[in-house]
Design a protein around this ligand. Structure first.
Ligand code: MN3
Length: 199
């Protein structure tokens, strides 16, 4: 089974003005596509060919670095696209709001802490909202294309949503202003999808 690039569930320009069409086109069509191609090359002829990308991530320490980088890249971007939607954003409601308020005090406090994790990740990486092994929500960040599913992650858990803070995710529109990109991203967060992931 070869890994495949999932289609974007909306048009390249659907997230404008928060995320521009050219960034989405390059990010999905070149960056994510590259991770998929390189992952397929890295697992070709090995047992990992038969596994899901989640299963690979959970035992990532057993694999070469090309599988870690590209398997992580494939998993991370797949969850990223569907965590965004046009006409989305705002504040969560129902059980998502309850879980966030209970873990972080308030939605604003959650946004502040998540933004701090995104802003303080040096170089390339991801900020994450995760559910830890006890079912509690937590915020963490990972370098490069690592993610909290990986057995090598400093803080492990089930990803609920990850925000890409690689420069390729925002540089065309925001240049070095990562905090502005993070602020804009809240306008496209797909809380319906996040509610599904929280189970
Ligand atoms: Mn990316």
């Amino acid at each position: 089974m070869a890994f495949t690039l999932p289609a974007l569930p909306y048009a390249f320009n659907a997230l404008e003005p928060h995320i521009d069409a050219r960034t989405m086109e390059i990010h999905h069509g070149k960056h994510h596509n590259g991770y998929v191609t390189n992952l397929n090359n890295a697992v070709a002829g090995t047992d990992a060919e038969k596994l899901s990308v989640e299963e690979i991530c959970k035992n990532i320490s057993k694999y070469p670095v090309a599988v870690r980088n590209n398997g992580g890249g494939h998993y991370n971007h797949t969850q990223f696209w569907t965590a965004m939607a046009p006409n989305a954003g705002g504040a969560p409601s129902g059980k998502v709001a309850d879980a966030i308020n209970s873990a972080f005090g308030s939605f604003d406090e959650f946004k502040t802490k998540f933004g701090a994790a995104a802003g303080s990740r040096f170089g390339s990486g991801w900020a994450w909202l995760i559910k830890d092994s006890s079912g509690k929500l937590a915020i963490t960040s990972t370098p490069n294309q690592d993610n909290p599913l990986m057995d090598v992650a400093e803080v492990k858990g089930t990803p609920i949503v990850g925000l890409d803070v690689w420069e390729h995710a925002y540089y065309l529109n925001y240049q070095n202003r990562r905090p502005d990109y993070v602020t804009a991203w809240w306008n496209v967060v797909n809380w319906n999808e996040i509610a599904k992931r929280m189970g």
